[in-house]
Each structure stands twice: as C-alpha cells, then as structure tokens.
Design a protein around this ligand. Structure first.
Ligand code: GRG
Length: 303
C-alpha cells in the first residue's frame, strides 16, 4: 500500500540521515583538532560537535548526488556550511543578541567559555569554513569552487544572514507586516539552506537548469521550515501552558499562524511540500528520494 511505501521510505530516510550526519560529524571533528591555544579550539569543537540535525550539509551532499556528482565533491563545502551555521548560532546566543543560556541541550558557547572566547570562536569558524572549502575540495574545477564560494559568502553577509539578523533586531518589539517577516525569514534561514542546495549542485557538476530548479526547491523548504517552526512554537507553548493560545499568538512577534490562523498555516505548509516535490519531478525518482523525503521530514519535524 502507499502507506507502507511511505513508512518504508521514511525508515530508509532515517537511516540515510543518521549515516550522513555521522560522516559530517567525523569530518568536522578532523577539521578542528585540539591544539594551542586550547581555549578557542575547545570552544569551536564544543559548539561544532554539539550535535545539530546537520540539515544543511546533508541537503548539500544530497543535491550534489542528485545531479550525478560524487559525495566527496560536496563534503568540504557541506562541512563549511555547518561551520557557518554553528558560528551564527554562537553569535545569535550572545548577550548582545538573543542572550540565551542553552543551545542543542547544552550551555551556550559564551556560558561555557566566556563572551570573549565565544566571539572569537565564531570568527574563527567563519574563517575556517572558507579555508576548508578552498583547501579540501578535490576533483572539482576551480571555476566551480570559486562560484560556490561566492554564493556561500553572499548568503552569509549583509545581503544574507547578517542582513537578516540586522532587520530582525531592528523589528524587536514592533508590529511588522508580512513583507518584513518574509525578509527576515528569507535572509536568516532560507538563503543558507538555498546556498547549501545550490553549492551541492555546482560541486556535483549540475547545469544552470538544475541550479534554477533546485534553488526553487530550496526556497520552498526554507519557507516550510519557518512555517513549521511558527506552528511548533504555538503548539509547544500551548502544551506547556496547558491552554489553547500559544505565546506567539499573544506576543506582538509576527508569525504565520498569527497572520493567517493555525489551520491556514498548516494548509500553507502542505502546499509548500507539494511545490517542493514538483521541482524534483524532473529527476529520476530513486536519485531524488532523499530530497523528496527531506521535504516531508521538515514538514513533520517535532523540534
Ligand atoms: C553569519 C557573519 C554572521 C553573523 C551572524 C547572529 C547572526 C549573524 C545571524 C543569526 C542567524 C540565525 C540564528 C538564524 C536562525 C537559523 C535557524 C533556522 C536555526 C535553527 O537551525 P536548525 O534547526 O538547528 O537546523 P540545529 O541545532 O539542528 O543545527
């Protein structure tokens, strides 16, 4: 039955995710050996190896393989993207930003190592990311490597993550409209997911048409990630508080459930999964299976 097929698909996907996450973890472990000065390297390793879901590097490698590339071609840039993601979380948690004490079930980097070290560990991870791509990528033309580096750099700078964070901070405590909400999500979340996919396609030898299609796929799952996040915020906080209205429905932070209602937000999420799947219909379904399941995984995630 289709239900059995779906279950088999998601079981295989769980195995796939676990296997890929382990490979990424091992590469990251090797990329930052503990050395002098101990403090900064300990802090880098503490955050990098804390065990995130590794969504971005896995997307990158799966996209490379979809267009016929070898996993090894994308691995350095996939790990670089996880370094950048991690440093953005370290800086995001700082007292001058979100001021968080816990991340990935552990103390935040600055709580464990102090603010100065957390800032420097973040800076060092950002720099190491680009060094890692440039020195570790083999059997990909330098033209493709340079193109991928430019895309990644742009996704992180003032037209990317850093720009998104700037607008997010400026909007704090203010009522924002849908277009500003979309700007923040696009820049803080979607562009790095998009760069993960597009860099994988480029390292894998993909053509312009592949870049266009898979960029669209990434846009849909990026938006999906955010809509699901907003829905989870509402359902989680209503469970915690034991009442029907979640905290985000009460605070003035704009969210999709708040702007369109929880039921419409769920419908929107389903429509995004369908649109993401549509972009994969041009590819061999066996090869596209990981990215296909990825969209389902993001839609169904519980944390
Ligand atoms: C990047 C140069 C530079 C500066 C940092 C602080 C900052 C500027 C940007 C904030 C970026 C930020 C925290 C975006 C949120 C991204 C997001 C969706 C995080 C959650 O990702 P998951 O669920 O987390 O993949 P795990 O822990 O699984 O890796």
């Amino acid at each position: 039955s289709t239900e059995t097929q779906t279950q088999t698909g998601s079981l295989q996907f769980d195995t796939y995710m676990a296997k890929m996450a382990k490979q990424v973890h091992e590469t990251l472990d090797e990329a930052v050996p503990l050395r002098h000065p101990l403090k900064i390297h300990e802090a880098m390793r503490y955050s990098l190896l804390a065990g995130g879901k590794r969504v971005r590097p896995i997307l990158c490698i799966a996209s490379c393989e979809l267009v016929g590339g070898d996993e090894a071609a994308a691995r350095p840039i996939a790990c670089a993207i996880e370094m950048i993601h991690t440093m953005s979380l370290i800086h995001d948690d700082l007292p001058c930003m979100d001021d968080d004490d816990f991340r990935r079930g552990k103390l935040t980097c600055h709580k464990a190592f102090g603010e100065e070290t957390a800032v420097l560990a973040g800076d060092a991870l950002l720099s190491l990311a680009f060094e890692h791509v440039a020195t570790e990528t083999t059997s990909v033309s330098s033209d493709r490597v340079v193109r991928a580096i430019a895309i990644l750099a742009s996704a992180v700078g003032s037209d990317g993550l850093a720009g998104g964070q700037t607008v997010d901070i400026a909007s704090e405590g203010k009522i924002i409209d849908l277009s500003e909400l979309e700007y923040i999500h696009l820049h803080k979340t979607t562009l790095l997911l998009e760069a993960s996919v597009v860099c994988g396609v480029i390292m894998g030898g993909g053509h312009a048409v592949d870049v266009d299609r898979l960029r669209k796929y990434a846009r849909y799952i990026g938006l999906l990630f955010q809509v699901v996040d907003d829905i989870l915020d509402v359902t989680k906080s209503s469970e915690e508080l034991g009442k029907t209205a979640g905290k985000d429905l009460e605070s003035d932070k704009a969210t999709y459930p708040k702007l369109m209602g929880i039921e419409k937000a769920k419908e929107f999420a389903n429509a995004l999964v369908a649109k993401a799947h549509e972009e994969l219909s041009y590819y061999n379904s066996t090869k596209a299976a990981p990215l296909y399941q990825f969209a389902n995984y993001i839609a169904q995630r519980q944390n």
